[in-house]
Every structure is written in structure tokens, then in C-alpha cells.
Design a protein around this ligand. Structure first.
Ligand code: BMA
Length: 351
């Protein structure tokens, strides 16, 4: 047989090498999609009884035909040894759903709307207390210690249920850049906030909890409204490399279609700052909370959120907030059979 001309041979080898190289490139994992309280209630239904349900209901599944990769739960109320959290979810039920979510190969993120340890009021009671909380000579400090221990004991139980690495994300003291929580920016200095964060995390370490920890500011208003100002605020309250694994941000779309520009403007400011900090500190990046309440902006998932996420390839997951069963307009995942459900389905296909 006549040998192939040498240029054919060479180009064949080059082509083969390119194909092999492409096949060996790690493909970027898709962005994971999360929903708060997804399996315990949704718009118009609730399964808040403290019992084991034999089947699973899921807002995301009912709307879009797939289970959420990530489910968010909140610990608010655990500090008082309550049997249910601030949104009536029994902690026993939460544990069962975490077990199921992990067994499916999914992830869980826990936030904590802790009460104000000075007044006993809720998280939104901004009566100043942070200075006392972190001062070991105060009673409020002792209260907080007990609260952290209770939260830690629960988180430890959740962590034990994991079936694979990195399934549990604990998001401590979230949205501190806002002024609406008692640990927020008006409650004290960045140092006070960082002391609270480190204390909480150190206690979780004492318990040997195996989890990732997320830091997630919200809107950034402390300094000038520039990329530098946003970065400065994000960096100043950062609890430190030993304490944080994931850097994210919380940002919501308000005002329907007319609010899109404003949402994108704020989301970029915040995500740019978070992404820069994450890159500099070799941390993971996430969009820790977002959403458009009642999906007042048509096709929000594919026309607003998807293009935004595409601009931040490092984002590992995005979490939208809860579908309150008892507040008709308070939902972020569409209801089954609506045009917005189809939009979510398309979004999830393209993530
Ligand atoms: C808020 C609202 C409240 C809820 C709280 C904690 O954003 O959804 O209704 O109690 O989160 O989940």
C-alpha cells in the first residue's frame, strides 16, 4: 500500500492530539440551583407536620421536573431549643429532609436568623447588643455562648448525614452590610462582627463539624458607590481565610421589569466585589441569595438571572428564597403549569 503523504500524517496526529486534549480538559461544572425550604412547603401547600412523609414534594420539581441541587434551611429558633424554626419548620423534619437531600447527592445550606440575645426579640430587632455579645464579662455573652452551642449541636447532626464531600454549607451571620439585623453594619464595628463570626466558627470546629462556611454580605453602602468602595466594604468585614470557604452575596430584584437595571447594577457591584475577594483569597464564589418576588418580571430566570450568571463563570451555586405557603405573593420559584415554570425549566437546562 502506498504510504500517506507526510502532511496528511502530520495533520492527522495534530487533529487527534487536539481531540484528546479537549476530551481531557475538565469541563466546568454547571451552576447548582438552590431553593430555600423547597421540600417542606410551597405556594399553597405545606408539609410542616413533625412526621416522616413517604414521598417527597418539591417546589422546583413540581415546576420544572428536576430536584434542586441545593436546599436552604434556616436555624432561627434553635437557640431557644424550639421544636420549630421561625418559619414553622420542625427541626426534626429538617434533619429528615437533609438526610434525603444528601442521599440524593444534593447539597444543603444553613442560615441562622438568630434572635437578639439582649432583648430576646427577633433578628430584625436591632437594639444594639453586639459589643456586649462579644464581651466575655457580660450575661449577653453567656447567652450567646449557649445559643452557639445549641446551633452547633444541630449543625453537627446535619453534618453527620452527609454522604459525599462538601455537601453542607453553613452561612453564618449573613447580610451584615445591611442595617436590618442586630449583627448588621450599624450594630458595631467590622472587628466586632468578625469576632462574632470567628467565635461561632471556632465553636463549630471544636465540635469537629465537617462543613464549608460561607460569608455573604448584601447591598454595599458604607463607602462610595464605586467598584473600589464595594470591594473595600466586602473585604473589611471578611472574617478571614481560616474561617471562610465560600464568598458570596445576597441581592434581590425589586420593582418588576422596571427594576431590572437597578437589580443588575447592584448585583454586578456586589458580585464583582465578592469575585475579586474570592480570587484574591483563593475561595469559592456563590450567589448566596437572590430572587424576584412573585416573578413580577416576566421570564426572569432566562432573561435576567441567566445572562447575569454567565458573566461570573466562577459562581458555583445560586439560591433563591422561599415560597411561603401562607403569604400568597411571597414566592421565588414559580408554580407548576405557569409560563414562569416553563421559564425556570429552560433556565435549568441552560445553567
Ligand atoms: C425573610 C422572609 C420572612 C422569613 C425570613 C426567614 O426573607 O421570607 O418571611 O421569616 O426570611 O426565613
Amino acid at each position: 500500500m502506498k504510504p500517506l503523504p507526510s502532511f496528511v500524517h502530520k495533520s492527522y496526529i495534530v487533529l487527534l492530539s487536539l481531540v484528546l486534549l479537549a476530551a481531557c480538559q475538565p469541563t466546568k461544572p454547571r451552576v447548582l440551583f438552590g431553593h430555600q425550604d423547597d421540600v417542606v412547603y410551597g405556594s399553597g401547600w405545606q408539609r410542616l407536620a413533625d412526621s416522616t412523609y413517604t414521598d417527597t414534594r418539591s417546589c422546583v420539581y413540581e415546576a420544572a421536573g428536576v430536584m434542586p441541587d441545593l436546599i436552604g434551611f434556616d436555624l432561627g429558633g434553635i437557640e431557644l431549643n424550639a421544636s420549630r424554626n421561625l418559619d414553622s419548620v420542625p427541626f426534626s423534619r429538617m434533619l429528615k429532609e437533609c438526610r434525603r437531600q444528601f442521599a440524593r447527592g444534593g447539597k444543603v445550606t444553613l442560615s441562622w436568623h438568630a434572635r437578639n440575645p439582649l432583648t430576646g426579640g427577633n433578628s430584625w430587632d436591632t437594639t444594639p447588643c453586639l459589643a456586649q455579645v462579644i464581651d466575655p464579662d457580660t450575661e449577653v455573652h453567656d447567652t450567646m455562648q449557649a445559643w452557639i452551642e445549641r446551633a452547633g449541636a444541630f449543625v453537627a447532626q446535619v453534618a453527620e448525614l452527609q454522604t459525599a464531600p462538601d455537601q453542607l454549607i453553613v452561612r453564618l451571620w449573613h447580610e451584615q452590610s445591611g442595617n436590618w439585623f442586630w449583627w448588621g453594619r450599624e450594630a458595631g464595628s467590622a472587628d466586632d462582627y468578625i469576632a462574632l463570626w470567628q467565635w461561632t466558627r471556632n465553636y463549630m470546629n471544636i465540635l469537629g463539624i465537617n462543613a464549608l462556611y460561607a460569608y455573604s454580605p448584601d447591598k454595599l453602602t458604607l463607602y462610595e458607590d464605586t467598584p473600589e468602595g464595594a470591594y473595600r466594604e466586602t473585604a473589611e468585614w471578611y472574617p478571614g481565610d481560616e474561617y471562610v470557604d465560600i464568598i458570596g452575596t445576597d441581592c434581590y430584584h425589586h420593582g418588576g421589569a422596571e427594576g431590572t437595571d437597578d437589580y443588575l447594577y447592584r448585583a454586578h457591584r456586589q458580585l464583582d466585589a465578592a469575585a475579586r475577594l474570592a480570587t484574591e483569597h483563593h475561595k469559592r464564589l456563590a450567589f448566596t441569595e437572590t430572587g424576584c418576588e412573585a416573578l413580577r418580571c416576566h421570564n426572569w430566570y432566562t432573561t435576567v438571572l441567566l445572562p447575569l450568571l454567565r458573566q461570573y463563570p466562577a459562581i458555583e451555586y445560586v439560591l433563591v428564597w422561599r415560597n411561603a405557603w401562607d403569604i400568597p405573593e411571597h414566592y421565588y420559584v414559580p408554580q407548576a403549569g405557569t409560563p414562569e415554570a416553563e421559564d425556570l425549566r429552560q433556565f435549568l437546562k441552560q445553567l
